[in-house]
Structure formats: structure tokens, C-alpha cells
Ligand binder design. Sequence first.
Ligand code: IPT
Length: 993
Amino acid sequence: MTLAHESVATPDGVVPPRFRPPAGSGDAPVVSLDGEWRFRLFPRADTGVDRADPGTDWDRLAVPGHWQLAGAPHTWPYGTPAYTNVVFPFPVDPPHVPDENPTGEYRTTVRLPADWPADGRTVLRFEGVDSWFQVALDGELLATSHGSRLPTEVDLTGHLRPGADHVLAVRVTQWSALSYVEDQDQWWLSGIFRGVSLEHRPDGGLDDVRVHAAYDHTSGTGTLRVDAAAVVGAEGVVDARVTVPELGLEGRSGEELTALVEPWSAERPRLYDVVVATDTETVTLAAGFRTVAIEDGVFLVNGRPVKLRGVNRHEFDPLRGRAVTPERMLEDVLLMKRHHVNAVRTSHYPPHPRFLDLCDRYGLYVVDENDLETHGFEVDGWVANPTDDPAWTDVLVDRVTRMVRRDAHHPSVIMWSLGNEAGTGQNVARMAQAVRELDPTRPIHYEGDWSSEHVDVYSRMYAPTEEVELIGQGIEPPFERADADGRRRGLPFVQCEYAHAMGNGPGGLSEYDALFDRYPRLMGGFVWEWIDHGLTRTDDAGREFAAYGGDFGEALHDGTFIADGLLLPDRTPSPGLVELAAVYAPVRVDARDDGSLLVRNRYAFRDTGHVELRWTLHRGADELAAGALDLVLEPGTEAVVRPPADLMLPDPGPEPVWWTVRAVQDKADALDEGWVEPGLVLGAGQLLLVDRAPLAAPSGRVTATDEGGFRAGPALLGARGELLELAGRTVHAFRVDAWRAPTDNDRRPGRGQGQSDEQTWYRAGLTLLGERVSGVETLPDGALQVASRVSGPAVRTGFDVRTRWQPSGAGDDAVDLVVDVRPEGPAPENVARLGLLLALDVPEAAGTGVRWAGLGPEESYADSTRAALGGAWQHTVTDWQTPYTHPQENGARRGVTSAVLTFADGSGLRIDAGDTTVGASTRQGIELSLRPWSDQALDRAAHPHELVPDGRLWLHLDAAQHGVGSAACGPGVLPDARLRATPFRLRLRFTAV
Ligand code: IPT
């Protein structure tokens, strides 16, 4: 029995694919059908409802939208979202899908406006319907379509009578045969989720317009050819007038027009209005002249090598799912531009066409990806994969054709992608061939077939830096087939996904970026991914939180893997995005070992005339001197800069002195208009010019207390040397620590790693450390020395600890602490941290203010520290936390030489850090973390709103912390940022203030 929605067939009853100009660019009438439609949800595809039934008394549902989100964030009247990444949430039994198949019946009334032209044709357009649907008018079935993220048009000419109301019925199933090729890593969400419109197509009008706008960088000439065609009703070439008023160009369709032009690039998105007109229709398109080429294995735009500093973007809104509004699209584009992203891969489907209009306008290179993923077949070794099945050829070619036809006029699209994670097979070649015939001007991308036989670039995901380096040099291990290997070696290399931004991370971005810069063959890459898909919902107490897989009670789900973006679900940039901006910086300012800064103009086309290189000499937050460097760099050039020779440096004081240079863009010309905010930092770097003054050696003496313990300045210790009180606050915990609440990256073994870091730490007993004191003695110099051993259960691994307390001076306000720690027993592969845990009773800990001198203002880790700058910063303890969608280690600040905590009652605690030794290296200050809850609570919480302050302030005073890496889907922490169990020493001073 073949059910309609289980048939592997191309859409039926639809208009051939054609271009999609920006809204409002043409003069043919259009009416939107968006708004409230009538709706009923049925449990099976066979709804039994009459297509002619107008549904007058049915529910109302917003179109566009997903029915699962109709009542979000509070109610779920039509089923709930469900998340799986790779696996299908139904049996792999193609082309069949379960009988349990939520199916929406949509109804609306269609009436042509009174002034609708009598001639020509009328087309009903759907921009996106997830997933399979049928369209009927007044009970008559007119079309069957699919391709959730692709447009469908139905010719209604002859079915609509002027002045009459017609019943438009759309039946949408959640599952269909086509679900097997739409297995993208995202929420399963259904319905008419993009706009619907009624469009007039005048006789002799411009149904389809193809724009070829090339740029010859050797002569500065732009070549324009516009082809126009009738597509709706009858197909054929249309003769149109083509003018480019700004260039004084006039001609006809099919002709080549040339002029000297300014080219389009993501850096300078120069667009020209191209007016295409017949007697009955005029369309004005924004064309950009640019040429994409691959020469000698190097990816070029307008003749210059361009590095793609990209991100993977899914369409996502925390309340609306993939039914994104134009405001959200603009927000994404502006956030990308402001964080120096220059490229987007539209993972893993063509985006709403308006997004591409914005990419044209603001300047982003786009890899436009076909709506194809068959990842679920991988589980069973790709048996029956549609990508290799001739029965599916037409469907897959149809999809890629619809994408190219829709989007080819966009200058921002620089590459076509055949799909994602769809394995290999003959249909890769068929799709590639179809794309080449439609558009020979853009390279083709597909990662799933590592032979790269049918594509123009060699693409991989999550390749570790070592491998990327070999590929950069062209000496990567050979591909198993020699014929394919030779060709592939000549292709440029792109990482269509890298640096998995899940939770705290990614670490190691700088290393990739440096390789992209170093090797011409490397054309850059796209970080996975732009935003956490956390859907807003309320808990039983009415509190909102961002839901991930499992939060809707799904029987089968992939949990937190949906929260792996650079933005939190509400589009707050995570520290990962701030780091990315610093790494992707178009004007990089990097410290060199010889005490100079290297300023690099990494634009391909732009000099730095629009950039001011401002410097400041500052101690903490206090500016001592300021100026600007007189320097304009041509694209791709660099210069070494140093502090002015006559700069007066102060003597060492309580905070270090930095010389910080920021490349600032204040002004926006017409091409930067709209996204550059005054003070936009394009890149920054700094030099440490004056170290903080060393802490004077302590000189006070510990005294005995009546209770048999000790007093050391503001520290009260028990008879066994245990810290009982500090600065008048009860101490809840104080000991050496080596564990952290695992990050998402810690929880998975990185490529080539046997076990996850989380497991390594667990097996070394680090999750349950305890302390045994072996000796307490007062030393002749007045210090109290405590010897102890810190270790966890079941293992011999532990730490030998010597703690020395000594009042800093004669007064009672300050105490010095020196801690020397040596690991003992079998050493784990790595440890999470090496430092001290201190928990103080602080009733309103969350509101505690903290001002620190060190790196900031955002968190930083050993392998994600490019964005952090030395200075002085302040926060409350609440703001110090990064509320990752899935709670985990966060908030560390590195290089902290001093911190002042101000409690709600006005009292405070100052912490000064002297030099820290880790193994053989000495570093300035400590890594500081503060939390109003414990690491255990952080680890247990499933969502940030479950974390409740426990009346204590939990501090980590660390010599060092392990990096964060990208192991959730990529490589683990790189060797440089791995923390080994190694001897360390901390020198601290606590002052009650
Ligand atoms: C890769 C997918 O292409 C992407 O959609 C996403 O699922 C990512 O993984 C993980 O978040 S595929 C993976 C097997 C490398």
C-alpha cells in the first residue's frame, strides 16, 4: 500500500522553480496570506476531513508558525517539540513512516482584492512548510509538495473568481518519506512556518530573472548579464530592458553590459540597483559585481585570497522555532558583523530568502546549503541511504535545483552546498551536475564524500589542528583511492564545521585561525554553531527556562546537544562569541616576545584608513596616558608598533600597568551603515609594561587562642590548623581542589582520546576529595605550618600539601598564605584545576561586588583567552556567572593579581596574589572563580534557573585550570592547555576591609 506521503516523488502540481527577489522589489501585486488560519491537529495522516470544509469553528493558529509552539512558552496544545540529532525518532523503514503521524489541517479564506488585475496568472506561494503537504482549493486537490525549507508555488489561475471567497485547505503531515532526507540536527517542528502569499504574474512579466554580475579585478570592469524568463503557465525567454541608472548602463536581457564598477565583497558590500523591465512588470534588484574563483588550489574573491571566518547558522528563535521574524534575521546579521564573522553556512538548508537579502546588504559570504541530510542511515552503516539510491535522484536534484533557482541572484552566495551528513553515493554526482548546469560560476561544496570527487573544495568537519596543518601543507595522509587523492590535493580546504561551541568553549580557536592565515590552501571555516536552540518554556512554578532535548518528555532524544551555540538562546553572546570576535578580528593586534605589538590588517580588500589605533597606558582601570598611532595598513600587510619612546612609566604599584592598543572604527560610511556602532573594536592587544609591586614578606606572628587554636591576622584556625573563620566570616570549606563541574566538552572523549576528562577526574577520585592533617607546627618566623594530604576514595592518587599562615604585619587585618602542593601516587592524564577551594558564609553572596585586577571582563580559560585583556574590572557575583543553557564550569578569570569583594553588609575581603608557580613555570596572579553555589550544585543542575544561592560564597583560587577544548564533537584540549598533575605553589594575602 503506497500512501501519498510515503511516495518518493518530486512535488506535483507546482510551478517550476524560479528566483525570489526581495520583498517590495517588483511592481506586480502581492497579498500576504499570513495571519490567523483555522487549524485542527489529527493523530494520523488520513484525517478524514473534507478538503472543502472551511473549518469555520476550528481553532485559530498563526501562520507562519509551528503548531508545536502555538502556546509557547506556557501551553502545548498541539503536541510538543522533540529533539534528536543523528537518529530518526521513528523506525528506519524507508519510505514508510509511523501511522502515528501528527497531521495539521489548515484552512483559510482566499479572496482576490478588488483591484487584482484581470489578466495574467495568480500564484499561491509557500516559502516553507515542514514537512509534506497538499494544497486544495474549494475541495479540489491542486498540489502535493515537500522540501521543508524550500518554496512551493501553485498556479491558481482559473480557480479564483473575482469577488468570491475560496476555501484554501492545506494538509501538513509531520512525517513523510521525505523525513528521511530531512534529518538535520534540530528540533522536529512542523507546520507552515514561513510566509504564504498570493502573487500576480502579469502576462509578459518577469517570472524568473537571472543576474550574472562578474568583476574583473585586473581591469576593474563589471560585466552584467540579465536573463529573463516566463515560468508560470508557459515557459520561454522574455525580452526585458535592463538599466543600471547609477552606472548609466542600458541594454536588453541576454546582452552583456560592462562598466567600471566597485566590486561587491563582504568587506565592502557595494550593491547597484539593476532595473529589469518589460511593458508589464518592473523588478529592481540589488546586484553585486563579484567573481569567485579557485586558482592553484586557492579560494579567491575578486582575484584575492579570502579567508572564511564563518559560523554555521540554523534558523532559530526561542519562542518561534524556525519561524524567524525579519527582526531576528537582522539581529543575527548585525551580531555576526559586530563579532567579525564574515561568512555563514546556512546549516543545513536554504534560509528564509530575506536572510540572504541582508547578507547581500551588510556583507557576509554565504555557503547556501541544500535541504538534505540523511544522517540517521549512518547508524546502520548507510544501508538504503537515499543519497545512493536512484529512486531518490529526482527528489534530491529537485531540491538542489529549487535552491539554486531561488538564490542565484544573491552576490553573498559564494558557494553551493549539496547538503549535510548525507553519506556518499551516485546522487552526489547527479546533484553536482545539476548545480553546475544551472550555475557554473560558483564552487560546489559537500563534506559527506571525502573523495571530493564531485565538488570544488575539500571539506571536512572537526579535523584537529595537526591534520589541518598537514592539509595546509598539502601533505595530508593519502585518500584511499589514488585517483581521487590527486585531484583532492589540488583543492582548497574548508572546515565546514569546526570548534564545537557547546557550553563552555570552544577552546583552541586561535590555533585554527593561525593555520588559516598561514597556509594559502586553507580557506577558513565555520564554527559549529551560531546559537543554542533552547526553546523557552515554563516550569511548574511558572519560571521560564531554555528547554533542550528531553525537556518535553521525549522518549528518545539527544539532550543538551542542541545547546551548542555561540549565542545563548536569548541571543546573549556567550564568552565563546566574544572570544571568536577577538580571534576573527580583521585588524589583529598581537603581543610579541620582544615587547612589541604586531598589527595586522587581515582585510583582503580594505586598508585601515577607517580604523583608529588608539592606545592607553593604564594601571588597572586608571588611565595614565593615551594617544593614537599614525598608521594605515594596506590589505594583507602588517607593522610592528611599540610604546612611544618618551612614555613615562610609573613605579610598580598594587596593580600592573598595561599598554593597550585598540583598533577602533567610529565612523560608518555608506557601505558600513547600519552595523558599525561608535567605538566598535576591530581588534585589540596589549603589553604588560610594569609588574605589580611584589607583596612584602609577612612579618607578623601567629598567636594561640584560648580554644587551643590559632589566630593569624583575620584568619582563625582550629587546633588542627583548619581554617575556621576569615575576615569575620565562618569558613565552610577550605582545601586543595582539582575538580570542576564538567563542561559539555569535559564530558566527552575528544577525537583520539580513550575516555572523557570527566571520567579521568572521576577515576582519580577528584570528585570526592577530602583532607587528612598530618602535622601542625609554629615556625620560628612566626608562621603556622599545616601539613596535610588531600585525596579521593579508592585511589592512591593524592596531593601532599604544606600550608603556611602568617599575619602580614603587626595588625590583625591581613594574613599571608603560602601553599605548596605536590601530587602523589599515580598521576591522572590531567586534572581540572590546581588550586584552593574556599567557601565562606555570605548570606547574600549573589549580590557581592567584586572588583579585580587581571584579565577580563569575560571569563577566560587556558585555550580561550584571546579576548581577555589585562586591566581592572568589576561585576557582582551574579554577573560573574555565565548562565550556560546546560550548567557547567564557567566564569574563571585568569591572571588575577588582586580582587576586592564587597559584601552586602558593607564589609569586604581583599585578596592579593603574588607569583604563582605551576611546574616549572611562574605566572602572574591566580585564576579566580566565584559562585553563590557549590560546584556539586552546578554539576547537578540541569538548567540555570535551578541553581539557588546557598548562603555561601564559593571561591576558587587556582594556580591553573585545564583548558576547555572542543571534545563535545571535536578534538580535546590541545597539549599547551592541558593541565597535568604537577607541583604548584600559591602565594596569597587576605585583607579584611
Ligand atoms: C555534525 C553535524 O553536521 C551538525 O549538524 C551537528 O550535528 C554537529 O555534528 C554536532 O553538533 S556531524 C558529527 C557527526 C560530526
